[in-house]
Ligand binder design. Sequence first.
Ligand code: ADP
Ligand code: MG
Length: 646
Amino acid sequence: MPKIIQLSPHIANLIAAGEVVERPASVVKELLENAVDAGATQVTIEIRDGGMTFMRVTDNGCGMTPEDAKTAFLRHATSKLRTAEDLVSIATMGFRGEALAAIASVSRIDLMTKTAGAISGISLLLEAGNITEETEVGCPEGTTIIIRDLFYNTPARMKFMKSDTVEGSKVTSAVQMQALAHPEVAIRFLRDGKEVLSTPGTGDLEAAVYCIYGRESGKMIPVNSRWENYTLTGYVSKPTDARPSRNLQTFFVNGRPVKSRLLIAALEEAYRNRIMVGKFPACVLHLTLPATMVDVNVHPAKTEVKFLNEKSVFDCIHYGTLGALNSTSDRPQVQFKNTNAVPAPQSVPAPAAKPAPTMAAKPAPSAPAKQENFFRTMNAEEYRNFTQVIKDAPKPTPQVASAVTKAVVQDTKPVLRSPVLIPDLPVVSKPVEQTPEPPVEPQIVTEPEQTKLPMPQEIPWRIVGELYRSYVIVEQGEEAFLIDKHAAHERILFEKLKANQEAITSQSLLTPIPCRLSAEACGEVLNNKEFLEELGFEVDAFGENTILIRQVPMDLSPENAQNALESLAADLLNGRRENKANIRDEILHTVACKAAIKAGWNTSSKELEVLVKQVMSNEDLKYCPHGRPICITLSKKQLEKQFKRS
Ligand code: ADP
Ligand code: MG
């Protein structure tokens, strides 16, 4: 047995470096955290070649005395922990006094630092963790640390590095994370000489979010809630601004960025049935809870987290988000192309003294993208610009709104009429000749069981007409609504189906319908036979690659049975089988979509009236199951502006 020896500090540091310093991004994260801990209000980060050759972090924090600066690079040197009690209270931050020692051991470092009030500062040069030069220098208060040639002395580690572009992007995302964690710090980031991020540092999280997410997340909804002794603050995207991936979901627990399936699930639960499957909300959420309720793996490079009470955490995120979503009544508005008529601020207000927020490599929309139709919903940017204008428009409290409308009603009594209560009617919708849509069996537009969040009932509305056999125009008080009849009907049917989901009734088909699917899809469908039965489908194997459909849900017209089964099979194949409730919802969406009246069909006025009545009496009908708007608004004020009457 060889003799036992203690590893040299250099070897020990290299081992630690393996844990702490994975790549340039982890170095930047550590340096940024140190700058924030030092009380900096302004931090500049600069990298070259993905950070591999050069990284600089300059802060205006408290700086270090010459002795401290030298001690800082020793292993387990920290000013942040003194006693075992400290360890408990700041455990979540992961202070281990290890970062600088570890980074220094695998790079060349230039450090310049000066404390407030000191006449001069100190400059240190280090190589592989050893101080090679030490000089007194004149420098501003705060600290500048430059890391050169990362991993120059550990070629094995160097091999694991990806291209400079990839490493650089990881650095960008580490910087963005810190910027979202600390909106109170103005963070500027330069990549190969180009500024790619600059946050205002006003402490306003929304401004920081806007700098980082840009226009992609749209105008976000603030979240502010308490649940037991947990608090949740931040911003979530509107359902209509759902994203194709989860890359704009950021969670912090007690100020530390974390990755957690639990948090994602809780967030997305709040959006159930509001956004399409396969689309994801964006968020920046800060969850604060007692340190004893969370077990953060203090490994500095990791972001995993364990909660003592997962249910409470889930509820906090879920209900917090749900509350925020339900509190916004943001029917999309009609936007006019002519911006002269509707002067809108050019960008979100940025603090005057600071440079305007820059977007991290977000290209501005191209000119053709600006070509707009007359009637359409706003995109996120326009919505943002428009909020100022909307603020001036008369709409808010129901009391005010009804007062205004009462006056209007008196003035224009002959024009307005109250909605007529129409019982369930057989629908007489028919596709018009030239549309390719197949004709369907008569459908029923029924009253919803119960309407939630009623609109101010006292404001009468009337149907003005229908545009393009697709959009119903409704006037109510000083506001007009354009309702997409298909989207509205689809949503209503979906709610109805969902309410009765324990017992979906089926209709037997006189002639079973064969449905040809891929071999894989057939297998999937037959594997889920019982489940499909619960949903009103009875199916059987029918030779090679064919399924025989014997029964379909009552609300689904037989013509659409094949289509519905096909998309269902695709859902099952796409692996959405882990959560039956979700698949069920998705099927209900499909059924509702297929069964709903279509744009382009002739729809009787009575039928439209029943439909409109349901939309107008239910604030929740803002989104169809697939996330498209059901209804957009156009106020009298907007029109007056267009016609230069105001
Ligand atoms: P930790 O952050 O866990 O204390 P580090 O190795 O990251 O360990 O830093 C060691 C010490 O160096 C810190 O505790 C702090 O006192 C000092 N330090 C590091 N960076 C800065 C900075 N930018 N400004 C002031 N002091 C700093
Ligand atoms: Mg540190």
